[in-house]
Design a protein around this ligand. Structure first.
Ligand code: ARG
Length: 589
């Protein structure tokens, strides 16, 4: 075991069972980092009714019943029944020393690996990717990396919007422009996707003949007309290639093979709908065929429909998502389904999940979760828009963040040569963009502020990346004097009673180094990457005070080896955990 809080939790739970009886084996020990001592357990306060004893008496009986162990040096009861714990320094030192030999830095493999489908990014063909897609892409990619690191099988599903009525007008516009695939100059017409889409839309609204052609084109597309399908392919191919360039710029793991767009489900929709109709799960309403999942009503109290077949006979977004959830559960064999999609679609997914449960597809052994996120706001606290009033293009945000990061580096790290600065600028720029997103509570809106984002102070990517680079700089100096191998560890730690600033800083750093596993676990449980970001910020802050109070290079012998080990562990932890968030670390900056 590396995790002292986890270990303490088990000891406290065992003590509660001994003190209060076997029926308390399910109790949550409510263990957390403490103000007084290293940790505290708060369970006694909530147990008095169940145990029919005063909280303080419960706390006393728990302390008395603690099994023999090497972890707890002192347990003290405070206030109405808090238990404050001080850990034994040798336990912590030994655990930290063992971390040096663990490439996973204490994070265990999942006890029951699952097949996890993560639906994320999901931009729309022939449309520009905007900040909403940024959030989905960045959050989803972090979750994908983290779940994989825990040993789950992650199946990425990029549910791109590649089907539907807009394709009629888009294809007609493509024909008008005479775009040929593979011909760079004619593909240029599509380079600016939002203009392409807008131009098609404008013609559709203004030119009745064009609108007419477009509608016929939709019918041809749905009917599988070969020429129409080929044109449609062109649009999808060009867009997909464009998405790939954005993923590459963002250092995102999504690949072409992960594209599973709406069109993937085309030939499943008619049979699905027929089945729903035959089994009585769907019924006619105002000419449309609908499923009414239980518990959803509108303001008037009428049941809300999921429209599975529109009155014109067409299928829509909901039909596709029903086909998709079935495919993910049965064909992909997933037991956990994550949908990283904006909060406005909460009701849609809630209805899809309920319907899937009612249809018997989504069984209690599997779970579907909407990983909802809020909007990205501009400085005026309204939806972020470009100067022209359009949605801001994702690619422009990426280049802006990189440019700003480079200029911060120019002042903060003037010694970097041009090539290194460009490389580090990309890492910090992209890292900042991702970290700003990942470090804020995802369900809340956040204000997009490039200057704050790329700053090296506060809870930012630059601060964490800089902490990493600083450790590497220390080791470059060490390498000049002694070989690093053999000069790392073991970790030694002053007794807990030693209360000077250096001892306190060192202890705080060790406690943080031993807390990566629970930080990862909580992201896996709650799907909230900002908790890992918060952990990293605490780690880096504790490293900063350790670095100020505990001289490394000027210390000698055992102490030097221990401090070097703590610095090395800090760097490894930063690199690993930032990596889980999709952020790389520079060797110097
Ligand atoms: N393409 C959609 C959009 O841009 C998101 C799709 C999300 N995934 C899904 N299975 N519905 O809003």
């Amino acid at each position: 075991m590396f995790d002292p809080l986890g270990e303490l939790g088990s000891l406290v739970r065992a003590a509660a069972v001994t003190a209060l009886g076997p029926e308390f084996s399910d109790v949550d020990p409510q263990v957390r980092r403490g103000q007084h001592g290293d940790a505290q357990a708060d369970l006694a306060l909530g147990l008095s009714k169940r145990a029919r004893k005063a909280p303080r008496a419960i706390a006393e009986s728990i302390v008395a019943a603690l099994p023999p162990n090497d972890l707890i040096e002192r347990a003290e009861i405070a206030g109405p029944g808090f238990i404050n714990f001080t850990f034994a320094s040798p336990w912590l030192a030994k655990a930290a020393t063992r971390l040096l030999d663990d490439p996973r830095l204490g994070v265990p493999q999942a006890a029951t690996p699952e097949r996890v489908v993560i639906d994320y990014s999901a931009p729309n063909v022939a449309k520009e990717m905007h900040v909403g897609h940024l959030r989905s892409t960045v959050l989803g990619d972090a979750l994908a990396r983290l779940f994989e690191f825990r040993g789950h099988t992650v199946i990425r599903q990029n549910h791109i919007g590649d089907w539907g009525t807009p394709f009629g007008m888009l294809i007609e516009h493509l024909i008008d422009l005479d775009v040929k695939v593979g011909d760079a100059s004619s593909e240029l017409a599509l380079a600016d996707l939002s203009s392409f889409y807008k131009a098609a839309r404008k013609k559709f609204d203004e030119d009745p003949a064009f609108a007419d052609r477009s509608r016929r084109r939709v019918v041809a597309l749905q009917g599988g007309d070969a020429e129409t399908l080929a044109r449609w392919r062109t649009l999808v191919d060009i867009s997909t290639r464009y998405f790939e360039t954005v993923y590459e710029a963002l250092d995102v793991t999504l690949q072409r093979k992960d594209v599973a767009g709406e069109s993937l489900y085309n030939d499943k929709l008619a049979p699905l709908v027929a089945e729903l109709e035959a089994s009585g799960h769907a019924r006619e309403n105002d000419g449309a065929l609908c499923v009414f999942p239980a518990g959803f009503t509108n303001k008037e109290g009428e049941p809300l429909p999921l429209i599975v077949r529109k009155s014109d006979g067409g299928f829509g977004y909901a039909t596709t998502d029903l086909a998709a959830i079935r495919y993910r559960l049965f064909d992909l064999g997933a037991t956990r389904l994550l949908y990283v999609v904006g909060a406005p679609q909460a009701q849609h997914f809630s209805m899809i999940f309920t319907a899937a449960r009612e249809l018997g597809w989504l069984k209690p052994s599997a779970r579907a979760e909407h990983v909802a996120f809020g909007s990205v706001l501009g400085p005026d606290r309204r939806m972020l828009r470009s100067r022209e009033g359009d949605a801001v293009r994702l690619v422009d945000l990426v280049s802006e963040a990189i440019a700003r990061a480079e200029s911060v580096l120019a002042t903060k790290a003037p010694d970097l040569d041009a090539e290194t600065r460009a490389k580090v600028g990309k890492m910090v720029g992209v890292g900042s963009l991702k970290y700003a997103d990942l470090s804020s509570d995802r369900v809340k809106d956040y204000v997009f502020d490039v200057d704050r984002m790329v700053s090296f102070d506060g809870n930012t990517s630059g601060y964490l990346q800089y902490a990493y680079a600083r450790v590497r700089a220390i080791f470059r100096k060490v390498e000049g004097s002694v070989p690093v191998s053999g000069s790392l560890g073991p970790v030694v730690l002053a007794p807990a009673a030693d209360n000077d600033a250096a001892a306190r800083a060192e202890r705080a750093l060790v406690l943080n180094l031993l807390a990566l596993a629970p930080a990862v676990q909580i992201v896996e449980d709650l799907l909230e990457p900002h908790r890992l970001a918060g952990y990293l910020y605490e780690l880096a802050t504790s490293f900063t005070s350790f670095y100020e109070k505990c001289p490394i290079l000027s210390s000698t012998g055992e102490l030097r080896a221990s401090r070097l080990a703590l610095a090395e562990l800090t760097a490894r932890t930063l690199s690993l955990a930032l990596g889980l968030l999709g952020i790389s670390v520079p060797e110097r900056m």
